[in-house]
Design a protein around this ligand. Sequence first.
Ligand code: HEM
Length: 130
Amino acid sequence: MVDPDQVFQSYGRSCNNPSFFEDFYSTFMGKSDDIRNMFAETDMESQRGLLRGGIMWLVMHARGMSDSKIRALGESHSRGNLNIHPSYYGYWLDALIETLHKHDPQFDAQLEQVWRDTLTPSIEMIKDMY
Ligand code: HEM
């Protein structure tokens, strides 16, 4: 079920703890050495801040905001720029779900499905721009 408000509230319960973004990246990088290598030269402190905004763009897009921010992510992650192959986004979403599970006290299987259903259209748009 797509429900941006439920997702927004869940994100609010989770993202105020700075360790949320540290946990996300250690989970995400733990999924593959290729992913870890992509961030080898990255300033992770600023990257965590960028991700905070990036997740918010996905949620706002699901709430009906224009797709300009999503298109910008599609462009920056595309073949000609960061070159993030579409096959990596499943890991990204799984890592996000695992991190939410850890940080949102109200997280359960139903809320997991709402998160997946709500973010998937925006993620598909980014993948389609590869
Ligand atoms: C950079 C968000 C998926 C790898 C960024 C940036 C944001 C962001 C906001 C900063 C630059 C920019 O604005 O484009 C997201 C979101 C994702 C996602 C919301 C999910 C929909 C991925 C995936 C990978 C990835 C699946 C693959 C491993 C990277 C890398 C950078 C980056 C390597 C550049 C890091 C650097 O500057 O060194 N991402 N990203 N992202 N992202 Fe993503």
